[in-house]
Every structure is written in C-alpha cells, then in structure tokens.
Design a binder for this molecule. Sequence first.
Ligand code: DGT
Length: 218
Amino acid sequence: MSTPATKPFTVFVEGNIGSGKTTFLEHFRRFEDITLLTEPVEEWRNLRGWNLLDLMYKDPAKWAMTFQAYVSLTMLEMHRRTTTTPVKLMERSIYSARYCFVEHMMKSGVMHPAQFAVLDEWFRFIHQQIPIDADLIVYLKTSPSVVYDRIKKRARSEEQCVPLSYIEELHKLHEDWLINRVHAECPAPVLVIDADLDLSQITEEYKKSEHRILRQAV
Ligand code: DGT
C-alpha cells in the first residue's frame, strides 16, 4: 500500500550509544508499510575512503567539527527523504546530533567555541528554514553501566577507547533533552522505553510502542 500524497507518521528512535536503536528498528521490519532508516554509520566510516568516525575518536580536537558537519548533512538527507509508506522510523535525528553530541563536545572543551558557533548557526538555520517532520520520539532509556558493557562486548573498533565517563555524560544529555526539557526544541512527544533489559526480554518492552507506531499504518 502506498500513500504518497500524505506525510508519513515520522518517529525518531533515540538513546545512548549501545541502547539498542538498531535492534528496535529491526523489530519493526516484520510489519508492512513502514520505512526504516538506519543511521548512516557506514557513510561516516567511509567518505571517499576516509573513516571520519575513527578520525573523530582518535583526535577529537582536530576532527570533531568535520565529523559533526558530515553527521548533520547525512541526517538532514534522511529527514528529507520521501517515503511511500504511512510510517517512517528513523534512527536518531539532527536534534540528538546537536543536543547530545555537539553539546558534549562544546561543554567538554573538545570543540572550540568558534567551531561550536558555526555548527549551532547551521543547526538553527536548518531548524527554522527546512521542514523536518517529527510526530513521536521513542527514547530507549538505559543505564550508562549497561550500555558501557554492551559497547565493550560488540567491540566496534572505533569505540574501544570510549570511557564510561563519556557514556555517563551522553546519558545526562539525553535526559536533559528528552526528560528535563532544558532545550526549547523537543520536536515531538516522547515515549520512554526501558532498554536496560537484555535481548531475551526486550521484545515485550518494544511491543509497548507498537500501538503508538502501527496504528498510523492502518
Ligand atoms: P545502537 O543500535 O543503539 O547500539 O546504536 P549505535 O550505538 O550503533 O548508534 P549511535 O548513534 O548511538 O552511535 C554510533 C556511533 O557514532 C557511536 O560511536 C557514537 C557515534 N555518533 C553517533 N552520532 C554522533 C554524533 O552526532 N556525534 C558524535 N560525536 N558521535 C556520534
């Protein structure tokens, strides 16, 4: 079934590194009429042969700005991608890039205030001038220690140097954005899911979000 004339119900799936965003999206693959847009990590790992994710982790002072500029571009491309299905599920958004990752780089001093200012001006321009649809945010809420263990287990090469303190900071920034609402812009209602559960139990938790997402597809 396709409904190209109407806007899709658009869902952002947000949460800390290792919170299970990809698994959550995969859970919805069994349903028809949903477009799944996974995060373009592979593009970040190979831009004309350059691994920007790796460069950013190895030398953040030098590469953070470049990396975030490319993240914004790839996210914007996902936001603007048209679908013929009534539901569009996206992993992350330009909002988490700005309010969690760029915010952390600025607050920790990794990013020069002038670099932050340029990225922030880009973000404001995009936010104000380019339509970005958002109907629901699914927040996969986790404990930093749980995701830290998962990150170590999955052993993505670029993430081996990630300390627990970084995961704790990112957790706080997700909470500030989605729960404490410290930023003016939270573009949609937030549905919180307990994502600490392990794979054998998480399906039941994911199912709690099905009615909010799938009823849009009928
Ligand atoms: P999942 O399925 O919840 O385990 O998701 P992940 O961990 O594969 O995906 P994500 O977006 O949390 O992180 C992918 C990698 O990219 C991770 O090393 C963090 C990094 N990353 C993602 N977005 C940004 C960003 O805007 N800035 C920075 N600095 N890193 C980012």
